[in-house]
Ligand binder design. Structure first.
Ligand code: WTA
Length: 647
């Protein structure tokens, strides 16, 4: 029996949702989904109210997802303008810079309005209008939020690219969505070091159309290589434009943003989210999952380059008129107490982070936590990967002093917001379980092979049986890929790519990806992407990449590499390959272990047996299973003999 942690009574008493309300509302939400979402849609201000609520089909090949389709609205007006009368002078964004000695900024809703309006007018000056794509490649500075909201204001579609991605990855994304403009900064300070983002952007733009313009935010004031006629300083243009910009009236199903994410095959795909349903879902989940109360300081430590930053730093909190903290730095700079110092300094009530950060900080002991007054904390959250019970307990006991409910939120770039998560005032928690579905969400567990629906306590693949407003609508430019990736494995269901267990209380325990997607420090990475990068190196003939358990990162990247016949393995070459992947994709994709593989285990039809490679990488080769179908069983002995991960 795993332990169950009851809801603290003071939290339950004042929560937006208590246990009884959850039961009643959940039941209603799945029994009459349409009526439920008709009401919930009112969380958002509409210009033209919707009359139609849900128009969706999961039946491949005819998959379509439309919510509130005849309504019109503007996302930025929902995040800004509608708060001006009631909370114009309240802080919207607190910005905490990388260096603790630099001054934090407090940006009020009124200031946010002016910043976003000016930014939007600058975009217009640069020829950006409705439907145009804009790539945002910025560090964690307020301008990243301004840029997103400015795009939303004029109906342009933003695509934020994590500033840790390489020039190559940036170029691929600019080209895939055919962006007219890229927004970057001169430099990006992080953990006491500064990346020259403008240089990266310049390198990327060498591989893009010459007409792509570049708007540069001044962050560090460092020297940058400038391309006259193509580059523009934001501050210079801002001074010349109007301080007001009326929001465009957008259709509920007009795209709000594209966000690239890795899948099991091919290049990252552009996940498309639209305006109406996404905003309803972002606002509702932010408010209820974190039991957000007016005036509280809310901090999500994600980067705006990931979906968590979109929904839970920008759109959800700001739609709710919240105070959203944005942090430029890293958890361990200048020391391992930084997160807690920031919580104390700004009196953070809700703290939302990733298991990998919790594990890394747990490794530094309790002292850095205990050195700070964390009495302002009320709710703790985690996201991005399964959290091991040990890290959960440390978070609960040391950080939350056993007073703060932990919400372990399971969701994906594709889902737009939380799908399975505790609600602080309603759901007793179990360390390591994402617990129960959010309103309107119908999870099901299927047998991976037969697709049969499994009932009761069971284990299998996790699918969702019906649509919700925050769901992605398509893959940018490739609806067929959308249908194939998510709706063809199991007919009539959205396939999540995750495995899960459901226990006797109906609680869900996510067991991790069942496809060839890795989750490294909460970042999604396709093994196929890393493999194709490795084989693009002149010394490499073949490569196979798998994950293996890693104490801090959750999963580490394990690469099997077969060299060209005229190349000799060496430590220098190992480092070269590792640096190669790092520079081609970005630091998050740097291999942890590289094993020289004279041959890879293949079936007689030439298919690589990844199951065997995974076992060897896990140092669990006693359980290799049947190897008799291999073309050359002897390669396995060599791989075991030379394995890199020895426990
Ligand atoms: C994993 C991040 C267990 C899962 C929001 C999913 C989780 C993938 C959890 C999506 C959680 C996310 N418990 N696993 N609470 N949250 N995951 O698109 O494998 O970057 O499919 O979205 O992360 O990653 P993505």
């Amino acid at each position: 029996m795993t332990e169950t942690i009851p809801v603290p009574s003071d939290i339950a008493k004042n929560a937006h949702i208590d246990a009884e309300t959850y039961q009643r509302m959940y039941k209603a939400s799945v029994e009459d989904t349409e009526a439920f979402w008709r009401k919930e849609g009112e969380r958002i201000d509409w210009i033209t109210p919707y009359t139609r609520v849900k128009n969706t089909s999961f039946q491949s090949p005819n998959v379509y997802i439309r919510w509130y389709e005849d309504g019109t609205l503007n996302a930025s007006a929902n995040c800004i303008d509608r708060h001006l009368a009631t909370r114009g002078d309240q802080t919207a964004i607190i910005w905490e810079p990388d260096a603790p000695t630099d001054e934090a900024k407090h940006i009020t809703y009124r200031e946010l309005h002016e910043k976003v309006c000016r930014f939007a007018n600058v975009l217009k000056e640069l020829g950006i209008g409705r439907g145009d794509r804009v790539v945002i490649y910025l560090p964690m500075i307020p301008e990243a939020a301004y840029a997103m909201l400015a795009c939303a204001r004029i109906g342009a579609v933003h695509s934020v690219v994590f500033a840790g991605f390489s020039p190559d990855s940036l170029a691929n994304r600019i080209n895939d969505c055919d962006a007219k403009l890229v927004i970057t900064s001169d430099g990006a300070p992080r953990g006491g070091r500064t990346t020259n983002l403008k240089d990266n952007t310049n390198s990327a733009l060498l591989h893009c159309k010459e007409s792509v313009k570049c708007l540069v935010v001044r962050r560090t004031g460092q020297q940058v290589a400038w391309n006259a006629g193509q580059d523009y300083w934001l501050d210079a243009l801002e001074a010349t434009v109007d301080a007001d910009c009326p929001p465009e009236e957008m259709g509920a199903e007009d795209p709000l943003f594209i966000l690239y994410t890795s899948g099991s095959t091919g290049r990252p795909k552009g996940v498309v989210h639209t305006t109406g349903g996404y905003m309803v879902y972002a606002a509702m989940t932010h408010k209820l999952t974190f039991d957000y109360k007016d005036g509280e300081i809310y901090w999500c430590t994600a980067d705006v380059g990931w979906v968590t930053g979109h929904t839970y730093i920008v759109y959800g909190p700001l739609a709710n008129g919240a105070i959203s903290l944005m942090f430029e730095g890293v958890p361990t700079y200048p020391d391992a107490g930084r997160f807690w110092a920031v919580c104390e300094k700004h009196k953070v009530a809700t703290f939302y982070t990733a298991p990998t950060a919790i594990r890394a900080l747990m490794g530094k002991g309790d002292e850095p936590v205990k050195a700070h007054d964390l009495s302002s904390l009320r709710i703790l959250g985690t996201v991005g990967e399964p959290i091991n019970p040990e890290a959960w307990r440390w978070y609960d006991e040391v950080v939350g002093a056993k007073r703060c409910p932990i919400v372990d939120t399971w969701w994906q770039t594709e889902t737009g917001g939380h799908l399975i998560t505790p609600l602080p005032g309603a759901t007793p928690t179990k360390p390591g379980s994402a617990t129960t579905p959010f309103f309107g969400i119908k999870p099901a567990v299927l047998d991976a092979n037969t697709g049969e629906v499994l009932e009761g306590a069971t284990e299998g693949v996790l699918v969702i049986a019906d649509s919700w407003p925050g769901q992605m609508r398509t893959v940018w430019g490739d609806h067929q890929r959308f249908v194939e990736t998510y709706f063809q494995h199991y007919k009539g269901y959205y396939f999540t790519g995750d495995g899960c267990r459901r226990d006797e209380d109906g609680y869900y325990w996510i067991t991790g990806r069942v496809d060839d997607v890795l989750n490294v420090s909460g970042h999604r990475m396709g093994t196929a992407e890393i493999e194709s990068t490795l084989v693009a190196h002149p010394a490499v003939s073949e490569a196979a990449v798998v994950g293996y358990p890693h104490d801090i990162k959750g999963q580490g990247i394990y690469c099997y590499v077969t060299l060209m016949s005229d190349k000799e393995p060496s430590e220098a070459l190992r480092k070269e390959l590792s640096d190669w992947v790092r520079s081609e994709i970005g630091p998050i994709a740097k291999p942890d272990l590289i094993q020289w593989a004279p041959g890879l285990p293949k079936t007689r039809s030439g298919k690589i047996m990844r199951r065997i490679l995974r076992k060897i990488a896990e140092d669990d080769f006693g359980a290799l299973g049947d190897t008799s179908t291999l073309a050359d069983p002897a390669v396995v002995d060599d791989l075991i003999e030379n394995r890199q991960n020895r426990k």
